[in-house]
Design a protein around this ligand. Structure first.
Ligand code: 5RP
Length: 219
C-alpha cells in the first residue's frame, strides 16, 4: 500500500512561502498539509483562503487541508474553490458528522475526520466506511513543535482494527511530533500518511529530511 509524507506548511517560512513550496514540490513529499486554525476551536489562528489560494498557485502535489475550526460546514465550498483535495474536519467540531462528510464528498473532495488525543477511535464506528482519511492528532491541536503523545500507537492499532473489521478503505494519517525516531513504529502500527512540520522545516536541509522520512516508510 502506498505511504505518504505530508510536510506541514504551518512550520514553513511564510516570508519565503514560494521557496518552501517549490522545495516540497521538488522533494519526495506526497502531500502539502495545510492547517487552518480559527482561534476558537484551538487557541491559535493560522491562515485562511487567501494564503491557501497562494499555495495552490505553486503547489504540484495533493492539498491536504486540516480544519481546526468550529462549524466547518460553513466553508466547505470555499475550501474546494481554493484548491483543497482532501478536506479534514474535527469530530469534536461537528454536530452532524455524517452530513458534513457527505457535503465534503458532494463538493468533490476526499473527506477526512480528525480525532483529538482524548477522543476514542470508537466514536467513528458508524461512519468509518464513509471516511477517506482519519487524522489522528498525536499532539493537542493548535501549535507545531510539540512532543509526540505515546498513546498514539495504541490508537492507530485500534483504528486499523476498526477499518479492517468494517471492510473500509480508509487511510490513517498521524499529525504532530512526527520524526525519524517514531515514523517506523507508526508505520508498523498501521499509519499510511505522516504529517511532519517542525522536524522538516527546522532542519538544516528540509528537502533531505523529507527524503529521509520517505525512505524510512518505503520498501
Ligand atoms: O496540526 C498541527 C498542529 O495543530 C500541525 O500540523 C502539527 O502539529 C505538525 O507540526 P509538528 O510536526 O511541528 O508537530
Amino acid at each position: 500500500m502506498t505511504k505518504y509524507i505530508a510536510p506541514s506548511i504551518l512550520a514553513a517560512d511564510f516570508a519565503n512561502l514560494q521557496r518552501d513550496i517549490e522545495m516540497v514540490n521538488n522533494s519526495k513529499a506526497d502531500w502539502f498539509h495545510i492547517d487552518v486554525m480559527d482561534g476558537v476551536f484551538v487557541p491559535n489562528i493560522s491562515f485562511g483562503m487567501p494564503v491557501i489560494s497562494a499555495i495552490k498557485k505553486h503547489a504540484t502535489k495533493t492539498m491536504d487541508v486540516h480544519l481546526m475550526i468550529v462549524d466547518p460546514d460553513r466553508y466547505i465550498e470555499d475550501f474546494k474553490k481554493v484548491g483543497a483535495d482532501i478536506l479534514t474536519v474535527h469530530y469534536e467540531a461537528c454536530t452532524h458528522l455524517h452530513r458534513t462528510i457527505q457535503a465534503i464528498k458532494a463538493a468533490g473532495m476526499k473527506a477526512g475526520v480528525s480525532l483529538n488525543p482524548h477522543t476514542p477511535v470508537a466514536v467513528l464506528e458508524d461512519v468509518i466506511k464513509d471516511i477517506d482519511v482519519v487524522l489522528i492528532m498525536s499532539v493537542n491541536p493548535g501549535f507545531g513543535g510539540q512532543s509526540f503523545i505515546e498513546n498514539t500507537y495504541k490508537k492507530v492499532q485500534q483504528l486499523k482494527a476498526l477499518i479492517e473489521f468494517s471492510e473500509a478503505e480508509t487511510l490513517i494519517e498521524v499529525d504532530g511530533g512526527v520524526t525519524n525516531q517514531n515514523i517506523e513504529q507508526l508505520l508498523e502500527a498501521g499509519v499510511d500518511a505522516f504529517v511532519a512540520g517542525s522536524f522538516v522545516f527546522k532542519s538544516e536541509n528540509p528537502s533531505e529530511t523529507i527524503n529521509e522520512l520517505k525512505s524510512l516508510i518505503s520498501f
